[in-house]
Design a protein around this ligand. Structure first.
Ligand SMILES: *Cc1c(COP(=O)(O)O)cnc(C)c1O
Length: 382
C-alpha cells in the first residue's frame, strides 16, 4: 500500500470549516480553478446532457450531440481568437508534454538539416528541449538558465537561421512566473509556441505563428488533452516514425476523432469558451489579468518584506512568484493564508517560495483578498 501518511492536507473546504464568512480561493497553478458559473452548469447537467437522459461522458464521441458540441467548440475558439482561415484546430491526447514529442516528430523534417531552434526560458522549455534532442539537432539560441530563469531570454533575429525547421518558445513560464511580453517575429521560420499557461489570457497574433499548442488545464478546462493550432503548410513534413496518434495530419483528417477523444474535456472547454465570450472575450480577460496581477505586484514592490522572483520586464500576469525576505516565514504565510480561505500558494517544488496563479477563472475578488491578506501579514510580522 502507498504510504500517504505524510500528506496531511485536508480538503480545502474542511480547513475553514466553521468560519462562516470566508470565501475560498484556489490559486493552484494547474489543474486550476475554473469559473464557478462553469462548474455549476457542469454539475447541473452532468447526468442529463442536452435532454438526452445521459451524461456527456456516457454518449458516443460519434453521436450527433457530441459532434455538434465539438464543432461548436472549435467554431467558438476560432471566433474568439480571430483565427485566420489557413489554420486548423485539433486535439491531441496526453496534454502539453505529449507535444514536446509531437512537435519535433511532425516538423523536424521540414528542412534537410533536421535542426530546430529553442529558447530555454524555464522548466517546461528545458523539458521540451530534452525531448526534441531525441529527434534531431537542437540549437538553444537563447537561455536565461544562468540567471535562474528570472527573466525571459531575448531572441536575436540574427540567430533565426532559415535552414532550421522551426523556433520553439514558451510564452509563459508557469514555474518561474515569467512571460514574453511579445513573441518574436520569425518571418518564414515557423514559430512554435507552448501557450499552456497563458492561452486566451492575453491577445496572441496567431498569424505570426506556425503552431500554438497547450494543455487545457490552466486557463481552459481539465487536464489530459492538448489543443493544437497548426498552419496548413506544416501538416505534411512528419517523420515516418511519427505515431499515428501524434500526427497532425491524421488528426486534421479525422476531425480529432481518430480515437475516442476525451469528451468530458471538450465539453468543459466549450463551457469555458462560452463563459469567456460572455465576459467580453480575450481583451476583457487580458485587462482583468493585468489588474489582478498588478494588485499583487504592487504589494511586492511596496514592501521589502516580499521579494518578486521575476525581473519586472518579464513578469507574468497569470503566475506571480515571490518570496519572503525572511524565508522562514513562508510556511507560516501558507498556513495563515489557508485559514483565510486562500489555497495552493506554495511555489513549484523545484524552486520553493510562493506563487499565486491568477488564470482567467480567478475572479478579481480573489486577487483582492490575497492582496489584503499579504498587506496584513506583512504588518503583523514586520
Ligand atoms: C503545465 C505546463 C506543461 C505541462 O502540461 P501537461 O499537460 O502536464 O503535459 C507544459 N508547458 C507549460 C508551459 C506548462 O505550464
Amino acid at each position: 500500500m502507498v504510504d500517504r501518511s505524510g500528506i496531511k492536507k485536508p480538503f480545502y473546504r474542511d480547513v475553514v470549516k466553521g468560519v462562516s464568512n470566508v470565501t475560498l480561493y484556489n490559486f493552484s497553478p494547474g489543474p486550476a480553478m475554473l469559473p464557478s458559473i462553469v462548474m455549476k452548469r457542469a454539475q447541473a447537467e452532468f447526468r442529463d446532457y442536452a435532454g438526452l437522459g445521459a451524461s456527456i461522458i456516457e454518449i458516443s464521441h460519434r453521436s450527433p450531440a457530441f459532434l455538434n458540441l465539438l464543432d461548436e467548440c472549435i467554431a467558438r475558439f476560432k471566433e474568439l481568437t480571430n483565427l485566420p482561415a489557413n489554420y486548423r484546430v485539433i486535439f491531441i491526447p496526453g496534454g502539453a508534454r505529449m507535444l514536446f514529442s509531437a512537435v519535433p516528430l511532425n516538423l523536424m523534417g521540414r528542412k534537410p538539416a533536421q535542426r530546430a531552434l529553442y529558447s530555454d526560458s524555464g522548466e517546461f522549455a528545458k523539458q521540451a528541449i530534452e525531448e526534441a534532442q531525441r529527434y534531431g539537432e537542437v540549437q538553444v539560441i537563447a537561455s536565461s538558465r544562468d540567471d535562474d530563469y528570472r527573466g525571459v531570454p531575448a531572441i536575436a533575429s540574427a540567430d533565426l537561421d532559415p535552414e532550421a525547421s522551426y523556433l520553439h518558445v514558451t510564452s509563459n513560464n508557469t514555474v518561474y512566473g515569467t512571460a514574453y511580453p511579445e513573441l518574436p517575429l520569425t518571418g518564414s521560420l515557423p514559430l512554435v509556441v507552448d501557450a499552456t499557461s497563458d492561452w486566451l489570457s492575453r491577445p496572441l497574433d496567431f498569424s505570426q505563428t506556425g503552431i500554438v499548442y497547450g494543455g487545457l488545464q490552466k486557463n481552459l478546462g481539465p487536464s489530459g488533452l492538448a489543443l493544437v493550432v497548426v498552419r496548413d503548410d506544416l501538416l505534411d513534413s512528419s517523420s515516418p516514425l511519427t505515431p499515428l496518434m501524434l500526427s497532425f495530419r491524421y488528426h486534421v483528417d479525422n476531425n480529432s476523432l481518430g480515437n475516442t477523444i476525451n469528451t468530458f474535456a471538450v465539453y468543459m472547454f466549450k463551457l469555458v469558451l462560452d463563459w469567456l465570450a460572455a465576459e467580453g472575450g480575450i481583451p476583457a480577460m487580458a485587462a482583468q489579468n493585468q489588474q489582478k496581477s498588478k494588485l499583487i505586484y504592487d504589494i511586492i514592490d511596496a514592501s521589502p518584506f516580499y521579494e518578486g522572483c521575476a525581473h519586472s520586464h518579464s513578469r507574468s500576469h497569470v503566475n506571480v512568484t515571490f518570496r519572503m525576505q525572511d524565508t522562514k516565514l513562508e510556511a507560516k504565510f501558507l498556513k495563515e493564508a489557508e485559514a483565510n480561505g486562500l489555497f495552493a500558494l506554495q511555489g513549484h517544488r523545484f524552486v520553493g517560495g510562493l506563487r499565486a496563479s491568477l488564470y482567467n477563472g480567478m475572479p478579481l475578488a480573489g486577487a483582492q483578498a490575497l492582496a489584503e491578506f499579504m498587506k496584513g501579514f506583512a504588518q503583523r510580522h514586520s
